[in-house]
Structure formats: structure tokens, C-alpha cells
Design a binder for this molecule. Structure first.
Ligand code: MG
Length: 288
């Protein structure tokens, strides 16, 4: 299933199911994406049955918003692609080392935005807004100390995420949180593809374009820590909850590691693509 949250005719966001470029309203069946994620297997079957229940609204007549508003911070992997780890360490004259354990940081819930929302640009806040396309995993059920062999049972689905980063703020302190958490710096969507429809999340092309020019092009098979390893690591002694979002890291090609460095400017169009899921299209927009 492709699950969305969408606005139509001025109504607040509803949960919907996308079938062949139409959105079928699920608001009469389930009140929120969180409620949908935590439905029983029977409940999920009822959702699936809606695919044939109604005509739906053409996709181009609705405004898609973030498919999920996470209840706690988005958990992110840093340096999870070797080529990206190398490019960042080279750019900062640091020794080249690959992580021995997953590098985890988080983005504030308030950074999350939709698949076509603007990326705010305020030069008094940051002039080094950078891109990081990533595959994101949505957790489907509560778990702690999850063995890697069972980890995929905890995955509800997947979406596209751009871990937009204010590099100057990221480097000011010793923690990434501030530079990773500006409003609008975590576009996700356009929908959640449920895990049953994306049977090999470890072989998906991942691409990022700025104004149509390809900046990042890789494949999820190049992750250092795969999804089961990451879920097992995160859940060790720490409860994962349904609706948790885990961003699996970005490949090489980010702006700040380029020579000379490149950053986003107002008017730039950022396109983030994960094959088998879809794409985000966010325009960098000056804050008045
Ligand atoms: Mg990232």
C-alpha cells in the first residue's frame, strides 16, 4: 500500500490510500496515520479492502503533507555510506575511518515537512543549507532488544527523506542536533510504502538533484549498517515505538564536501528520489 496524508478542499490532513494516481479517503476508517500503523492484521486487511471501495480523488487535486508526523525525534544514521564518510573526512582533513558502530543523532519533530513544502532559507540563521537524500524506515510495533534476525518484522514501511542540514550550525557545537533540526529541514514522503510491497529495501537506487543536476547517486546496498543491524542496535536497552522514523544515512555527493563547497540558495529545486518509493520536490524559499 501507498499511504498518504493529504489536504483537499481546505480540510485538515486526512489519511488516504493511493491507488493508480487517485487518493482514497481513509478518514472514515482510521483517524490518523499513527492509528493506522498500530492496527491489528485484521485492521490492515480492512484498509487494503478500501482500495476497491471508492473512486477516490485525482492525486493532482490534493496537497500531500508529511505522511506521518513523528511523536518523537527522527533517528538518523551518520556516516552510513563509506563514500560519504570518506568525502566528509577528506573535506575536514580528518583521518579516514569508517564507523565501528552506528552513529546516531536525531532531528526535532518540528523539522518534519511534506514532500512539496518549501525549505526555509534565512541567512541570519544559516547560509550553508545542504542536502542528504535518504531512505527512511517507519517502525510498526513496539520492541526492545530486537534480534537482527527478527528486525524486519518491526518495519511498517518506508519513505523518502532528505536530512537537510545547516552545516555551519552542525559544526558550531559538538552535537548535530541544532544544525539538523531547523523548521522544514526534514521533508518526508510522498507516501509510506508498506513493507510487504518493498521486499528488498537493501537494493534501491537513491538520488538527489539540485535544479535537475544530479548531485547524489547511489544504492541502499552500500549502507555500512543495514536495516536489521540498525534496528537491533537502536533497540538494545531502548524501546522503539510504532511510528518511529529512522533515516538510514546519505551517500556521497553532499554539497559541503564538494570542491568548491555548494549550498542551497533561494529558488533552488531539491529533488530527492528513492527508487520503488517516489520523490520529494522541495523549493528553497527565502524567509521574509
Ligand atoms: Mg543524514
Amino acid at each position: 500500500m501507498k499511504l498518504v496524508r493529504y489536504e483537499h478542499n481546505g480540510r485538515s490532513p486526512q489519511v488516504g490510500l493511493v491507488v493508480e494516481n487517485r487518493v482514497i479517503d481513509l478518514s472514515g476508517v482510521v483517524p490518523s496515520m499513527h492509528a493506522l500503523i498500530t492496527l491489528s492484521a485484521d485492521g490492515q486487511t480492512v484498509i487494503r479492502q478500501q482500495a476497491t471501495a471508492g473512486q477516490g480523488i485525482p492525486l493532482n487535486e490534493v496537497r500531500l503533507v508529511a505522511p506521518l508526523q513523528p511523536r518523537r525525534n527522527v533517528m538518523c544514521l551518520g556516516k552510513n555510506y563509506a563514500d560519504h564518510a570518506r568525502e566528509m573526512q577528506t573535506a575536514h582533513n580528518e583521518p579516514i575511518e569508517l564507523p565501528q558502530f552506528p552513529v546516531i543523532f536525531t532531528k526535532a519533530t518540528t523539522s518534519v515537512s511534506g514532500p512539496t513544502d518549501p525549505i526555509p532559507f534565512d541567512p541570519t540563521v544559516s547560509e550553508q543549507i545542504d542536502w542528504e537524500v535518504e531512505l527512511a524506515v517507519i517502525i510498526g510495533k513496539q520492541g526492545k532488544n530486537i534480534p537482527a534476525e527478527q528486525a524486519m518484522e518491526y518495519v511498517f514501511g518506508y519513505t523518502v527523506l532528505n536530512d537537510v542540514t545547516a552545516r555551519d550550525l552542525q559544526r558550531q557545537g559538538k552535537q548535530f542536533f541544532k544544525g539538523k533540526s531547523l523548521d522544514g529541514s526534514c521533508p518526508i514522503g510522498p507516501w509510506i510504502v508498506t513493507a510487504d510491497e518493498l521486499t528488498n529495501p537493501h537494493n534501491l537506487d537513491v538520488r538527489c538533484l539540485v535544479n535537475g543536476v544530479e548531485k547524489q547517486a547511489s544504492n541502499t546496498r552500500h549502507m555500512i549498517f543495514d536495516i536489521p543491524t540498525t534496528i537491533a542496535y537502536l533497540s538494545r536497552g531502548m524501546t522503539l515505538l510504532p511510528g518511529d522514523v529512522i533515516a538510514t544515512g546519505t551517500p556521497d555527493g553532499v554539497g559541503s564536501a564538494r570542491t568548491p563547497p555548494e549550498f542551497l540558495r533561494p529558488g533552488d529545486v531539491l529533488t530527492s528520489i528513492v527508487a520503488g518509493i517516489g520523490e520529494l520536490r522541495n523549493v528553497v524559499t527565502a524567509v521574509p
